[in-house]
Design a protein around this ligand. Structure first.
Ligand code: CA
Ligand code: CA
Ligand code: CA
Length: 439
């Protein structure tokens, strides 16, 4: 009697629980508490609302960004708070965690206008076989050009095809470009075979299954060029698609961010019913799924089975001839918070003490977490009951709570104005920004 806690369902339940508890608190009108931040020197400003489950934003310029919607498959442009478009509509498969899941812009630096900026979208497409009625789904990254005059995304080019089955959860979908114009993408395991025992072929070595099939793109963070090609020699191997993997052993990730001071990539990962993670993701990083989650070993049915000891060699990982390396998370929530977007605030607009700090969104009570890093910036600066890197139920986590009641936080971005933008996927669907109270 193992309940299938597919993440979105779980997100939804958390939201529902939050909503119900808020409803009971507020009684008659049933309104949700307004989003808020705990620092009285800061306040929350509404940028845009009435959006339908927005999943991500990326900036064209100051007060000018594109936004993707999960279920409608629409992309909108939001300029000075005015929503225009859609710039494109994609007929996406949207069941559970499928949909239009990620957006990233690469500006054409040869021109001064935003015209012809490349826009990358990550989405799920599904088709139904007319005879067998079986559904085939895949995840795809397409590259478009933004035509400024028509306010449309044009000239679609498929740059990467990724698996989408069995699903419908753990599609990941976050896109991020770095300074070298690489494109990073997260994709989860698309559900473990444990929950799909009559389905074969989804157990790959990327999930640390020793006798698994060759990785097919799932359960990792991939790094590609802007044309969808592997970036030089593969980190884990030469053969496609293994040569796209930057990291593997990942159940699902809704958040990646680059620390501008070090160039290091970090991620958030969703555990099963325990062990949500924040990780430093060096090239070749193995996060351990399906053998280890958080700091714990897993049994055959992915339940917690004792503390994992990295030096004891009791767990056998796939290491791709020594090129892949397991490392422990930098922070773990023992009980799920559904961590999502991750960003480094490379701005001093919210005050010097937040500059270059890490912010992490979540699906639990719309909480935004804030972390300081240690001087070397390869671990988080934690103390008290969090110094053991595990946020257990009884711990005081108030020091890492930055904001709350943002619904399901689906994206966090630093705008060209230096403020922290928060995309609230649901309820309501809105974009907020955190600004100084004095602004
Ligand atoms: Ca891990
Ligand atoms: Ca700080
Ligand atoms: Ca603790």
């Amino acid at each position: 009697m193992y309940l299938i806690f597919i993440s979105l369902f779980f997100l939804f339940c958390l939201f529902l629980l939050t909503y119900i508890s808020e409803y009971s608190i507020h009684g008659q009108n049933g309104t949700l508490s307004a989003p808020s931040v705990s620092d009285s020197n800061l306040r929350v400003e509404l940028v845009a609302q009435n959006l339908d489950f927005p999943t991500g934003i990326d900036f064209l310029g100051k007060d000018d960004f594109l936004l993707s919607e999960k279920d409608t498959g629409n992309v909108y442009r939001i300029f000075n708070g005015n929503v225009t478009g859609p710039l494109i509509h994609i007929d996406v498969g949207s069941k559970d965690e499928r949909g239009l899941l990620g957006i990233a812009i690469s500006k054409n630096e040869n021109t001064s206008s935003q015209d012809n900026s490349s826009v990358y979208l990550y989405y799920t497409l599904c088709s139904k076989d007319k005879i067998t009625h079986s559904q085939d789904c895949g995840n795809f990254i397409y590259k478009y050009q933004l035509d400024f005059k028509s306010n449309k995304l044009i000239d679609p080019k498929l740059i990467v095809s990724l698996p989408g089955l069995p699903g419908p959860s753990h599609n990941g979908g976050k896109l991020l470009t770095d300074k070298q114009k690489n494109l990073f993408v997260t994709i989860g395991d698309l559900q473990t075979t444990k929950f799909n025992q009559n389905m074969k072929g989804y157990d790959t070595k990327a999930q640390n299954i020793i006798n698994g099939t060759f990785p097919d793109g799932r359960a990792g963070i991939l790094r590609i060029t802007q044309d969808g090609k592997p970036n030089g020699t593969g980190i884990l191997g030469d053969n496609y698609p293994l040569n796209m993997y930057y990291a593997y052993g990942i159940k699902n990730s809704f958040g990646i961010g680059i620390d501008a001071l070090t160039g290091n990539l970090w991620d958030t990962e969703n555990g099963p019913q325990f062990g949500d993670e924040i990780n430093l993701v060096k090239p070749g990083f193995n996060s351990g799924w399906e053998k280890v989650q958080g700091f714990w070993k897993l049994n055959q049915i992915r339940e917690k089975e004792g503390v994992f000891n990295d030096s004891s060699k009791e767990v056998e990982f796939v290491d791709f001839n020594g090129k892949g390396k397991y490392s422990n998370p930098e922070f773990v929530w023992d009980r799920p918070v559904v961590p999502t977007a991750l960003v480094f605030l490379n701005s001093e607009k919210l005050g010097q003490h937040y500059k270059n700090d890490m912010f992490v969104g979540s699906g639990k009570k719309g909480t935004i977490f804030h972390f300081d890093l240690t001087p070397k910036r390869e671990s988080l600066d934690l103390n008290g009951t969090l110094a053991d890197l595990v946020n257990s139920k009884e711990d005081d986590s108030s020091k890492i709570h930055f904001g709350e009641n943002f619904g399901i936080v689906t994206d966090l971005k630093v705008g060209p104005d230096g403020y922290l933008y928060v995309v609230s996927g649901s309820p309501g669907g809105a974009v907020f920004r955190i600004v100084p109270s004095s602004k």
